[in-house]
Design a binder for this molecule. Structure first.
Ligand SMILES: C[S@@+](CC[C@H](N)C(=O)[O-])C[C@H]1O[C@@H](n2cnc3c(N)ncnc32)[C@H](O)[C@@H]1O
Length: 267
């Protein structure tokens, strides 16, 4: 576990409530645009999301590699809507979800897709996958439902552990800071400001190179794992300095530490 341990009662609640949603109408709760999806339209909506968020961004995602040689990870796969589309693009797809009911439906729906591994996880880490290496990680419409900063941060740290150096974790969080998220509600996830997102990246060792949609429901983040040992070391040093600056008061200390820190960029 990385940082503060998530509340076991919350993990249990997320699993139970997403199981209930899956039993009631899994496809609707996965994509609320339709209450009565046909197979074709449902999986086509996943292909559309992949076209918008992945096929349009292959430079950042593949960095010159052949996608068919790449292994990718999806967090919060639901019933496999996006997983199927990912498997059509990449060589191998690992997918996890907190809900056993969702996972069972995804495994059944994707029984004909040989390059996919779908597992139920505990709602906060990726230990169920062991020590696999992934070239790219993705998550969409999942963290916007998680009412805990610790759980989301834990996932980010876990992706860092499995991602190859230089690789990208592209994901979406709730960016609308007016959303009132409470641990009792597993539909409304905790919001992130731009500052929150940058802090989380730095605490976990990532470079938050691009951010789009701050203040909106779909706040997209591009977290890159630094390529070399030295750039990872530098990132940790910068993070510690930022924390030290935040905890110190007094104009001289602030001024002195401020000179050591690189300037932040927002894209
Ligand atoms: C709205 S659905 C989206 C599913 C999929 N990403 C898609 O776009 O088709 C949200 C999914 O996130 C899963 N989920 C919610 N909290 C989770 C957590 N803490 N860890 C893993 N999965 C979670 C739910 O079980 C559900 O399947």
């Amino acid at each position: 576990m990385h940082g503060i341990e998530p509340d076991p009662a919350l993990l249990d609640r997320m699993r139970r409530e997403w199981d209930e949603r899956a039993r009631e109408n899994a496809r609707y709760y996965v994509n609320t645009a339709n209450e009565d999806w046909t197979d074709a339209d449902f999986f086509e909506s996943g292909r559309r999301n992949v076209a918008e968020q992945i096929l349009s961004d292959m430079g950042n995602i593949c960095q010159g590699r052949d996608p068919k040689q790449m292994t990718v990870l999806e967090i919060g796969c639901g019933v496999g809507r996006i997983t199927r589309a990912l498997a059509e693009v990449f060589g191998k797809v690992y997918a996890v979800d907190v809900s056993g009911e969702m996972v069972a439906r995804a495994q059944q729906a994707l029984g004909d897709v040989p390059n996919v591994v779908i597992r139920q996880n505990n709602g906060t880490d990726l230990t169920v996958l062991g020590d696999i290496r992934v070239d790219f990680a993705f998550s969409y419409i999942v963290f916007q439902h998680i009412p805990s900063r610790e759980v989301i941060r834990n996932y980010v740290a876990e992706v860092y552990r499995l991602l190859r150096p230089g690789g990208l974790f592209k994901f979406q969080v709730q960016g609308c800071c007016e959303v009132e998220s409470t641990p009792e509600n597993t539909w409304l996830g905790v919001p992130f400001s731009d500052e929150d997102a940058v802090r989380m990246a730095e605490e976990c060792g990532f470079e938050p190179r691009h951010r789009i949609g701050a203040g909106m429901e779909s706040f997209w983040l591009w977290f890159f794992k630094p390529r070399s040992f030295f750039s990872r070391l530098r990132r940790r040093f910068v993070t510690r300095l930022r924390r030290a600056r935040a905890s110190l008061s007094g104009p001289i200390a602030l001024h002195a530490l401020g000179h050591l820190l690189p300037r932040r960029r927002v894209h």
